[in-house]
Each structure stands twice: as C-alpha cells, then as structure tokens.
Design a protein around this ligand. Structure first.
Ligand code: PEP
Ligand code: MN
Length: 335
C-alpha cells in the first residue's frame, strides 16, 4: 500500500500518518518527492483500515500494490534503479554492462592474461570465482582467499571492478575487503541468512536466479536484500532447468522481459551457464539484450580446454572479440 499525501500536507500531518501506520505494527517508508510525500507501507495490509487512513488530514489517496513483493516492484517505484559499481560502471543505464572472466580464478598468470585480454576488447567488469559451489566435492573448489587477492590486484592493474561469488556467511569480511560487487549464486538464491547478511555490507549485489526458482521466488529473494536497506541489486537470469536435456539449462527470456516490466531493478543475463556450451553463448547474449537485458555476464578463458571448471562453455579471447563486435548493439540504447 502507498499512501499519497496532498501537496499541501504539512510535516505534522505526515508524521501523524507515520505514527498511525506504526501503531498497526506496520513499517512506514516515507518517500519525499519534489511535489509531495508518498508513504510506502510494508507488512500485512489487512491490518490497516483503508477508509480510516484516507480520512486522516493531508492524505490524498491510497494506492494498492498488488504484487506480493513490494520494494522491488515497479508499482512501488516506477522509475528504473541504476546500480553503480565504483561510480564508473552503471547497470540499468544507457550502455550494456559486459562482465567477462573465467569461471574460476586458477592462478595470477591465468587471471591476468584473461583480464588484460577482455579489458582490451571492451569488457566493463571482471568476473571470477574464488569459492566455487561445485556439484561434486572432488571438483576444483577455487583458490579461496588467494583467489580474491588475485582478483583485487589484477582488477586494479587493468582498471576494472571485480565481482565474485560469496557462498558462506563465514566469508563476509573477505568479500568486503577484496571485491567491488558480490555475487549470490543460483544455489544460494534462497539462503535467506546469507542474503540478509551480505545485504548489510552495503555493496552492490549480483543476485542469480535459482535454477528451479519461479520469478516470484526470485523477486522475493531480492526483496530480502532491499529490506535490509540495500537497493544496489542487479538480477541475473542464468538459465533454468526444464525437461529439455540437450543444453545445460534454458535461458528464460520470458522471465527476463517480464521482470523488466514488473521490477525497477536492472537485469542481466548469463548465457554461459544457460547454454553450457560456448557456441551458443553469443547468439543467446544477443537475444537477451534484444529482450531488454541491461548487460551480460560471460565466461572467458585463455585456454578453455585446460580450464579447471566450465571450460566447455567458456569463450576464448578470440571468440570474445567476436562477441564484443556482434552482441552489444542489441542493447536498447545502443547508438
Ligand atoms: C558462476 O557464475 O560461476 C556460477 C556458479 O553461476 P550459477 O550460480 O549461476 O550456477
Ligand atoms: Mn561457471
């Protein structure tokens, strides 16, 4: 529910409405516009008598937010949210953000080669995993803190911000120290303890959709982060599981386009984990941008056949060059 105040409403009238909302065990969230004040009401709206509220002095009208999630919805905030990383990367703006890098950081030399390569080709941010959530406990688990240190060092060297996945609340201090943006992976999308604690760091968050999560569950996960006062959330469609077995996952562009309509948060796509094979990555990236994606996160490796994880879906630096000349122009604001 949003309570819209009259232009002429005084601060005293606003304070009174805030007090009445609080008395009903609900959380009022005043938004001070240039013309008037609107008060978002968070909680179970049945607790509030609309008729009574609309008769309070200074109240113009009451708008109902029909979506079960509130803060992430466009009903709550019609204009797009821009998420900035270090002031120079902007998600949701006039340029697509292209995040490129290996699935996992394997060594300083490997990460430097890839970072320098993708930077030269026009990537806007670097990705890399240091703590890898692997299906098999025998698979490469990442270099841990050493991997994060390498990312920070090389990111500085090449002049790109870095994003890496945090898989545990035990690592919050490390991520606070070493990375510019924190990824919450598909397998942790509904780890609510992790979501709320990562949110409190205040850093931008890249939230990936769970491989079996509905759009509503995805948006509720983002709502957990916004509820902690952190609005810097970028959503990522990374493919969902279906009956189809011929590719790793299915890039769900229905949901991407739908989320752009229903939420003000930026949305990017991950064609690498969706396809699971390198040859489909560039066409899927084009399709995602054409469907409204604000950017792409893509896996790139200097030697995919020797990669310790996800080599099959990684672009070579040569194929990333082709990606950069044929995909970004599908973004809605490309000139
Ligand atoms: C990744 O980005 O390397 C990753 C593990 O992604 P997801 O959580 O989407 O599987
Ligand atoms: Mn990967």
């Amino acid at each position: 529910m949003i309570i819209v105040m009259e232009k002429s409403a005084t601060q005293q009238m606003v304070d009174h409405v805030l007090q009445v909302v609080r008395e009903h065990d609900l959380k009022p969230e005043p938004m001070y516009g240039t013309q008037r004040v609107a008060i978002g009401v968070i909680g179970e709206k049945t607790k509030l008598d609309e008729g009574k509220i609309s008769r309070l002095p200074g109240v113009k009208e009451i708008l109902l937010v029909s979506k079960p999630y509130k803060r992430v919805s466009r009903e709550y905030q019609p204009e797009d949210t821009l998420v900035k990383v270090n002031g120079n990367v902007v998600f949701g703006g006039t340029k697509p953000v292209i995040i490129a890098g290996p699935c996992g950081v394997e060594s300083e030399e490997q990460f430097r080669t890839i970072a320098e390569g993708v930077k030269k080709l026009g990537a806007t941010m670097l990705r890399g995993g240091a703590f890898k959530p692997r299906t098999s406990p025998y698979a490469f688990q990442g270099l841990g803190e050493e991997g994060l240190k390498i990312m920070k060092k090389i990111g500085k060297e090449v002049g790109l911000s870095v994003v890496s996945e945090c898989i545990s609340v035990d690592h919050l201090d490390l991520f606070d120290k070493y990375v510019d943006m924190i990824q919450i992976g598909a397998r942790n999308m509904q780890n609510f303890d992790l979501l709320t604690k990562v949110a409190k760091l205040g850093k931008p968050i890249l939230l990936k959709r769970g491989m079996a999560a509905t759009v509503e569950e995805f948006l509720f996960a983002a709502e957990y982060i916004l509820n902690e006062g952190n609005k810097n959330v970028v959503l990522c469609e990374r493919g969902i599981r279906t009956f189809e077995q011929s590719t790793r996952n299915i890039l769900d562009l229905n949901s991407l386009a739908l989320i752009k309509e229903t939420s003000h948060l930026p949305v990017i796509a991950d064609p690498s984990h969706a396809a699971g094979r390198y040859d489909l990555v560039t066409p899927l990236a084009r399709a995602a941008l054409a469907a409204g994606a604000d950017g792409i996160i893509v896996e790139v490796h200097n030697k995919p056949d020797e990669a310790l994880s996800d080599g099959k879906q990684s672009l070579t630096l040569e194929s990333f060059a082709e990606f950069m000349t044929t995909a970004p122009q599908y973004h809605k604001h490309y000139e």
